[in-house]
Structure formats: C-alpha cells, structure tokens
Design a protein around this ligand. Structure first.
Ligand SMILES: Nc1ncnc2c1ncn2[C@@H]1O[C@H](COP(=O)(O)OP(=O)(O)OP(=O)(O)O)[C@@H](O)[C@H]1O
Ligand SMILES: [Mg+2]
Length: 1051
C-alpha cells in the first residue's frame, strides 16, 4: 500500500504521529532527512508542516494536481495539495465551511503556500467560461495586492506587510462564485522609513522600472530611484526580482480583475504623489515675530504634486507649513517648526498610501464579490504577516506578533486544548498531555481593562503631557510580576542584570520567543493623527480618487471626536477574524523557515528546533498519538457506514450507539483502535478510518451496482410486460377483427344459400298452384289496360285542331313514349291534311305563291321580313290596277285577257339619266308587258322566255333588274331596271309563271351593295347598290355616275 511507503518510511516518516521514539531530536531529524530528500511537507495527523526549500521544486505540476485530485489523504505522499483537496472535498461533499490557517514566521513560505492552495482549488474545480473568469479574478488579486502590500525585508524579499484573509465562496456544486478579501494593518511606516537593506513597497520600484517614458512623464516621475527620498536614495535592483516585468504583470492582473484604464491611471497618480511628497523639502525661516517657521525649500515638487491632483499649490503649502488650532472657540493659525512640518508631510504620505491600499482592496472586492442571495459555502485562506523579531522592534512588530499570538491560540485551542477536553467530556480514558497555553500572553496584550493595548489607548486619550515614558511606567507598574513581561525596571526590581534590555523598551515572552519592543513611536503610531488642514487640503483636490480617500476633510463634517486608535481598530478586526475562523473547520499549514539566509536547501537545525518548540509541534504529535485521529457522533457515523454490516443495513432499529458497536464488531477492528464515548465514537489511527472509508467506497460501489441491477431488471421487466400486454391486446383485436369479417362473409353466404334454398323449396311446394303463363297474361292485360286508358284519355282530350297549335300531351308511361311521338306526328299531319282539304283553289294558289315567295326570299332579302306581304292576312292581290273596272285600261285588259297573272304600277329607271318613270306592268302566263300609264298602250312586250334572270338587292327596297337573254327580240333594248311596290309578289309570280310555262327555274340574284352588271345596247353598266340612311318615298333613287355606272340608293 502506498500509504505504507509514504507515511511509514523508516528513515523519515511522512506522518510524525508514527515517529518512534518521539523526541525533539527524532522529530528534528525526521524533518531534516525529509528536507534532504526534497520532501518539504510532513504531516502531524492532518496538520501539514511545510519547510521552505527556497528553490523551485517540480512538485506543483498539473500532473501532480491530477494525482492529488480526489486522492485519499493518507494514501499519497504528504503535500500541500492533499490538505487543499481534503478541505475542498469536505466543503463540497460534507457542506462544511473551511478555513486554511497558514502560520509561520516571516519568510517561512505562508504567502507561497496560500497561492498554492488557491491555484490547486482553481485547477480542480469545474471549468466553464464564467467559472474561469471568477477563478482568474481571484488568482489575479495576488499580484496587485503583493505589488502594493509587499516589500523586501531583511528576512524575506517578498514579505507581506499586511494581513490578508480571503474568503473564497463556492456554490453547492463546488464551483467558485467569487470572494471577499479582508486586509489587516498595512505597515505604513515603511512608506517614510525603512532600515538599510530593506525596501519600500514594491509598487514604487515597479512603477519606476516598468512604467513607459510617457507614463512617467504623465506622472511627473524620474526613472531613477535614487531621486526619491522615500526610497532611501538606494539603487533599486533586487537579485531574482524583475520589477519591470512584475509591473506589467500587475497591470495585466488589474485588467483581468476589471479595473478601467482611468482607475489604473488614478491609482498610479496617487502612488506618484506619495513618492513625490517625500521630496518636498522644508527649510526654516524666521518670521517677523522672531519665531522660527518652516517653509517649502523648493516649490518645484510641490507644484508638480498639485498639478497631478488638481489643487492650488498655495493650499498644500499652507497645510504643510502651518496648522489651525482651536483656542477658546477661535481658530488660530500657527506656523509649524521644520520637524513638525516633516512630521505632517510624512503622516500625509502614510495616510494617503494606507487609504489607497484600503481602496484597492475594496475595489478588488467589488469585482470579485458574489451577488447576494446565492447560497454558498466558504473556504477562507489566512495569510498574515509572520512572527517577527528584529534588532529594533516597534509598534508594528508588536501588533504583528500579537496577531500571531492569537493564531497560535486558535491552534492550541482547537488541536490541543479542546481535543483533550473533549476526551474527558466523552468519558474516554485519558492521560492529559502538558502543553503551553498562550492565553496568558494574549490576555497580557489584549485585556480590555488592563492589557498593554488598553493602556496604550488610555495613554493616547489622556489629557495632559502624553509620552511613551508615562506609558512604559504604567506597564511596569501593572505587570511588575507578570511572567511574560520584562523591562529594565522589573529586572532591577528583581536584581537581574541584563544589558540587552535598554531602558526605553519592554520585553514580552511570546510563544515564539522573547521580543524586545522599543516604546518610541508607540503613542504617535497608535494615534495615527493627521493634521486636519492636510486632510482638508486633500479633500479640496480635483482628483476624484484622492478626494474620496479623505471624507473627513469636508469642512461640513468637522468632528471633534478623536478617530479610533490603530490598536483599537486592529484588536477589533482580529476579534472578528477569530470569530470567523472558529466558525469554520480549520486546516493547518505550519510553515517553517530552515535558515536565515534564504539559501536553497540549507537546514539550520537550531533555527528549526526553535520553531518546532514554539509552534508546539511536539505537543501536537503527543496529543495526536495519545488521542484519536477521528471522532464522530454515533448517528452520523452509523448513517455513513451502516452499509458495512448486514446487521445494520439497510435499517438499524436500536440506539445509534448500539448500532455503531454492532457495526464495528462485525468489521473486527482491534479494540485499541476504538473508543466509545458518551455521544461519539473515537477512532485512533487514520489508517483505520482510511480502511473504513475504503470499505465504504467498495460497498457503495457494490450497492450502486445492486441498485443499478435491480433498477435495470425492473425497467426491462416492466417494459417487457408492457410490450407483452400491448401485444396481447393488439392480437386480440386483430383476431377478433378477422373472425368478425369471416363470420360476416359466412353469414352473407349462408343467407344467399338459404334464400335460394327457401326459394327453391317454396317454388317446389307451390308449383302445382301456379298456372304457367299467368304472369305474361297478367302483364299483357295490364299493358293493354294502360294503353287503352292512354288512348281513350287522348281521344277525350285531343289538342285544338289549329294548324299552328303544336301542343300534345306527354306520354304517361315511358313504354308509351315512342307511340305517343308517332301519334303526335300522325295527328299533326292529319290536322294539316284537313286544313288543306278545306282550302279554295284561289286560296291554295295564293298559299302556293306565298310558299314560293318564302323559298325565294326568306332570310335573303330584308324586304321580305319587314313587308306585310308574306303574312297570310296580306294576300297577293295580283290585280292592283283594276283593269276591268277602269275603262281606260280596256285595251290592256284585252291583251291580258284570261291569262293575266298580275297587273301593277311600276317605275322604270331611265338608263340614260337614272330617272324613274311610271309604267303599267302586266304579267300574263306568257308575256310581260310594260305600258304607258297615260295612254295605257303597251310599250314593251316581252316573252317570258326572253327573261334570262332577275337581280334584286338584299335590302328592303323595290328595285329589280330584269336581265334579258341577248338572243331575244325584246332583249335588244337591253335589261330593264324597275322599281315596284310589290316586288316580292312580282318576282314570285314571275318565277312561278315561268316555272309553270317552261318548267325551268328563273335565276334570281340577290346582291349586296357591290351590285351587279346590266347589259344595255350601249354596253354593260355597273349597278352599285349604296345603302342610304335617308328615309324618303322616292327611295330607291338611281343616280348615273359616268357613262357606264349607276348608283342605287336604298335603305
Ligand atoms: N514551496 C516553496 N517552493 C519554493 N520556494 C518557496 C516556497 N515557499 C516559499 N518559498 C520562497 O520563500 C520566499 C518567502 O516566502 P513567502 O513570501 O511565502 O513568505 P511569508 O511566510 O509569506 O513571509 P512574510 O511573513 O514575510 O510575508 C518566497 O519568495 C520564495 O522564494
Ligand atoms: Mg507573506
């Protein structure tokens, strides 16, 4: 098992709990051996000890991340990733808020460890565009905060000069949502002063080295660090640190976090102002009153500052060189001495910078904060400045070490004190392990009534002469007999000779060693006062960011209340932090610094031993060894592991404790591995727990398979049953349908057969009652009856006998239709015959003439249809002249005698001029006679045989051309053009007479307007018929047009 090789390595065990024998030497030796093999991480249970290698090791690769992802804590080599993974999984799977406490002295590797934890968590939690953005923002907050909050110290080139606690917030799936950063007490005195060999905050060097020429010009800065008083006029270079590259990285990080370019510029402008303030030189001058007063020695720098922040230089000059004081309700301006002026200037620079740093943290928080309302789990990572012992320790070191003391207290409380108390509470047999409880030191410092910090505050607020001497005297009185407090005075009282403790100092025996603090500056730093004139001057500036940093500079808000002291604020924020940490599940990373020279892989045993002692590692191991690695309430334990025994799975009905006992008895662990408390089960070694977890995992996998199996079986079964049921229903319906069809078919066939059979049987049975042919006779009888009825009905209701009446009743039955039609035509013909028979010969002749006229003219000449002539009521008269009555026509009458067919008056058209002259026309059975009406003498007598043809127009006129045969005697005169009022009758009678005489039809031409040609003795003449719209009696009118053309106007 890998756990054996990693943790039980004989030479250097991975978990110090397994160390045998357990002595300080063996522990130190183990750490040294492991360090020699580059194993910088070692466990004490679940506490990780990390020894700073001061060189980069290949143990932080993505492959390593994968190796530790979801690993079992005890199955892999000790690594910071393992504790990060354990914390992350506990947060995600067990829903417990976590905090990772990283402690150790300055340079021990806390900041690096915190970054490793963060990057590990970022690497293993899920990916996605939004999540990656959050992760990037959280990670990128480091370079920005390090640039502004870290500096090179003697102990550490990248020492954190502020405390940082970062809460990373996750959702229920373990995806990061955002975070909140809290910062603690920035060491702002570094702005104006730092010891030789150290540096100011990184940002100043980064800005000068990495800022482009244009940026520096914009910020009115010189590239050379030696130009600036606050940078100690030292050269900037630091081996292994590329300030320019770091500046670019910082700018990139700001962009990722979400700083706008304007914000970055504003930030750098304020930074530049701080740097330039250090170059504002003051000089003394004498006033008229003879008093010494300070003034600006050289105004160039001051003016540039004022240009950068948009402020009138005179305001800043006045604020730097004088001060307004209130004297008896009156504001009096007093000038400052040069040291006072420098004090004010430095206080301003420190204040600007520390407020800028707070703004920066807030600004980052705005970007990474989680929207309210989301449910979250929190992983807090604490990276606070480490314990510090310098040659000369001041207020800052006192505060820093107090904070570390508090963290040690948490550690003691949670790992040593509370654990032992729990064993006793739970009734577990226990031999108490001695350990040093540092609450006495914490109390010495923080006691609200008589602690050092309370005394300092009291001294600061006390009216009258206040200085460090009175403060120290007070401490000496109060803590004269305190075991952890020492000063020259207390030593003297105890007759102890100690040259290392000067009179201006007091010494505290911290958990990590004795530290001598020089009280000089304690009061001033604790008061942290900034002359009101300066804050008002800053508030008055046009620079929005700077203006916002000094809200108390608003003259409207002048308050006489003193601001809270630095120590008061710090104590309060440490108390909040402690409360926060107590509420979470702690995970410890204890960093150890192996040498003082930052040398790679150098292990100084004495130095490490000192840390082993003050970190209380021996006690930690002892408690861990004597104690139990794991404890859990019976109900939770049983709930988690009950599946490991068939007696407790799936349900245990007894008490939780009994269930746990039964379960563990079944698992057969050695009895010394277990202890049963009142409410909790205790398991001694991590390996037993690991074994339990492994068995649980296997069993859970088995159970999952079982559930899967049963579920799959159930699913398949139900699906099969469903399909089967459906199939049965479908086939039942189908069969039913088939059978129904078959049955219907059979029924139909049976019925037919039945019908035939029954018919056949009935016919056979009744045959003898039938007379053959009865039906035909019946039918015939019925037919006859119907026909008879039809005929009789018809005879009774015969239609009228009028020839023109064609009505006839319809056939009452279809079979009578043909007969009815026949009867109808017979009846009609009979009706006509009857009509004809009653006609007189004259009437018949007349009708024949009409018929003839109809054949000749119907639908051919317009005159026929408009003339009243064709109607039977208007018979052809034939004799219109009254030959017999009029004696004048005696002669003519004699000519015609019995042969007269028609006598009428016509007009003859003169061929020469087209004029018409009246003539009497007589038609006999042989001749056509034209006579002069006056003389009643025949003028022209034509034999009918001479007539060749007749031409008439198609219009309603009475114009006609009588074409004569060329060979005839009468024809010598040429054709006749006549106009008759009885044209239809004339032509018809002529045609009829000729037909009767010669049995030949007289050709009749009915022409249109193109006319025809006539023949005259002088030659042929073209007659053109012209349709005229003139209505007059003399129509038609003939007009001669030229010698052989004549127009006939008709209508
Ligand atoms: N795991 C590590 N691997 C390689 N080098 C490391 C590791 N941890 C720390 N270091 C080195 O040690 C130096 C100091 O570490 P770090 O800044 O983390 O100390 P710190 O404990 O935060 O000190 P301070 O209290 O002064 O801030 C780092 O700059 C780095 O060079
Ligand atoms: Mg640090």
């Amino acid at each position: 098992m890998e756990a054996t090789t990693s943790l039980l390595d004989a030479a250097a065990v991975g978990d110090l709990v397994l160390l045998d024998p357990l002595t300080e030497e063996s522990l130190l030796h183990t750490l040294q051996e492991r360090f020699r093999h580059s194993d910088i991480y070692t466990y004490i249970g679940n506490v990780v000890i990390s020894v700073n290698p001061y060189q980069s090791l290949p143990i932080y690769t993505p492959e390593k991340v994968q190796e530790y992802h979801n690993c079992n804590f005890f199955a892999v080599k000790p690594h910071i990733y393992a504790i990060a993974d354990d914390a992350y999984r506990s947060l995600r799977d067990r829903d417990r808020d976590q905090c990772i406490l990283i402690t150790g002295e300055s340079g021990a590797g806390k900041t690096e460890a915190s970054k490793l934890v963060m990057s590990y968590v970022a690497a293993v939690c899920s990916k996605g565009e939004e999540v990656d953005k959050v992760k990037e923002q959280l990670l990128q907050s480091n370079p920005v905060l390090e640039a502004f909050g870290n500096a090179k110290t003697i102990r550490n080139d990248n020492s954190s000069r502020f405390g940082k606690y970062m809460d990373v917030e996750f959702d229920f799936k373990g995806e990061p949502l955002g975070g909140v950063i809290s910062n603690y007490l920035l060491e702002k005195s570094r702005i104006v002063r730092h010891v030789k060999g150290e540096r100011n905050f990184h940002i100043f060097y980064q800005l000068l080295a990495g800022g482009s020429a244009q940026l520096l010009q914009q910020l009115k800065l010189h590239q050379d660090c030696r130009h600036y008083g606050y940078l100690n006029r030292e050269s900037s270079g630091l081996p292994g640190m590329d300030d320019a590259a770091n500046f670019r990285a910082m700018q990139d990080a700001m962009r990722v976090i979400g700083f706008s370019p304007a914000e970055v510029t504003a930030l750098l402008e304020v930074t530049a102002v701080v740097l330039k303030l250090g170059n504002v030189q003051l000089s003394s001058s004498f006033q008229a009153s003879g008093m010494e007063a300070c003034s600006i020695a050289e105004t160039q720098e001051l003016q540039e500052i004022c240009q950068l922040i948009g402020l009138d230089p005179s305001i800043l000059e006045q604020a730097l060189c004088s001060r307004t004081v209130k004297a008896r309700d009156e504001m009096v301006r007093t000038t400052l001495s040069v040291p006072q002026g420098y004090y004010g200037r430095d206080a301003l620079a420190k204040n600007i910078y520390s407020r800028l740093f707070d703004w920066l943290v807030n600004r980052i928080n705005t970007s990474i904060q989680v929207k309210p309302g989301k449910q979250r789990k929190v992983m807090g990572v604490l990276d606070i400045y480490g314990f510090e012992i310098f040659q000369d320790n001041g207020f800052e070191q006192f505060i820093i070490n107090y904070c570390n003391e508090k963290l040690q207290q948490i550690f003691i409380l949670m790992t040593l004190k509370e654990e032992q108390e729990e064993y006793i509470r739970e009734g577990i047999q226990w031999t108490p392990v001695e350990f040093f409880d540092n609450s006495i030191i914490c109390n010495l410092i923080e006691n609200s009534k008589c602690g050092i910090l309370a005394m300092l505050d009291e001294e600061c607020l006390r009216p009258g002469v206040v200085n460090e001497d009175t403060f120290l005297t007070k401490l000496n009185q109060l803590f004269a007999t305190h075991k952890h407090y020492e000063s020259k005075e207390t030593q003297n009282a105890q007759h102890v000779m100690d040259a290392s403790l000067p009179s201006q100092c007091f010494r505290i025996h911290h958990y990590a060693g004795k530290v001598t603090y020089n009280v000089t500056g304690f009061i001033e730093k604790n008061n942290d006062l900034l002359f009101r004139d300066l804050s008002q001057a800053m508030w008055a500036s046009q620079h929005a960011l700077l203006h916002s940093l000094f809200p108390e500079g608003d003259p409207q808000k002048v308050s006489l209340k003193l601001p809270p002291t630095a120590s008061f604020q710090f104590k309060a924020s440490v108390a909040t932090l402690m409360k926060n940490l107590y509420s979470k599940n702690p995970n410890y990373i204890r960093c150890i610094k192996p040498n003082e020279t930052k040398t790679a892989m150098l292990f100084t045993p004495e130095l490490v031993l000192a840390q082993i002692r003050y970190l209380g590692l021996m006690e930690n191991v002892r408690v861990r060894r004597a104690g139990y690695a794991f404890r859990q309430l019976y109900d939770s334990f049983l709930e988690r592991y009950k599946m490991l025994s068939p007696r407790t799975w799936p349900r245990w009905t007894g008490s939780h404790r009994e269930g746990t006992e039964v379960l563990l008895a079944d698992l057969a662990f050695p009895p010394e591995e277990l202890a049963f408390g009142h409410t909790k089960i205790f398991i001694r070694s991590p390996r037993t727990l690991f074994d339990l977890e492994r068995r649980r995992q296997e069993r859970v996998a088995e159970l999952a398979t079982l559930i899967q199996k049963i579920f799959r079986g159930w699913r398949c079964r139900t699906q099969y049953q469903l399909m089967r049921k459906s199939q049965i229903i479908i086939s039942a319906w189908f069969r039913g349908h088939m059978e129904k069809n078959k049955y219907k078919q059979m029924k139909r066939s049976a019925l037919i057969i039945q019908a035939y059979a029954r018919g056949w049987k009935a016919r056979r049975a009744y045959r003898r009652y039938f007379r053959s042919g009865a039906s035909t006779r019946l039918a015939n009888f019925i037919y006859r009856r119907l026909v008879q009825k039809f005929l009789v009905g018809l005879a009774r209701n015969l239609p009228p006998l009028l020839v023109l009446d064609r009505t006839w009743p319809p056939a009452p039955y279809k079979f009578l239709a043909d007969a009815n039609q026949e009867l109808r035509s017979i009846f009609y013909r009979w009706k006509c015959k009857k009509y004809r028979e009653q006609l007189t010969p004259q009437r018949r002749a007349l009708l024949q003439a009409k018929l003839h006229a109809s054949e000749l003219f119907k639908d051919k000449k317009a005159l026929y249809s408009i003339s009243p002539v064709p109607s039977l009521q208007q018979p052809f008269q034939g004799e219109y002249l009254g030959l017999t009555q009029n004696p004048k026509y005696q002669k003519l009458h004699a000519v015609a005698k019995d042969k007269l067919v028609m006598a009428d008056t016509v007009r003859k058209v003169n061929r020469a001029n087209g004029k018409a002259v009246p003539r009497l026309l007589l038609l006999t059975t042989e001749h056509l006679v034209l006579a002069d009406p006056k003389a009643a003498q025949p003028k022209t007598v034509l034999s009918l045989g001479d007539i060749h043809s007749i031409s008439v127009t198609r219009f309603s006129d009475g114009f006609l051309a009588l074409h004569l045969k060329e060979t005839s005697t009468g024809g010598a005169k040429g054709d006749f053009l006549l106009i008759s009022d009885h044209l239809i009758e004339l032509v018809t009678r002529l045609h009829q007479t000729l037909m009767d005489a010669t049995a030949q039809a007289l050709p009749l031409h009915i022409t249109d307007q193109y006319g025809f040609s006539t023949r005259f003795p002088k030659g042929a003449m073209a007659i053109t018929v012209v349709e005229s719209d003139k209505v007059g009696s003399n129509i038609p009118v003939c007009k001669k047009r030229g010698s052989n053309k004549m127009e006939v106007l008709v209508h």
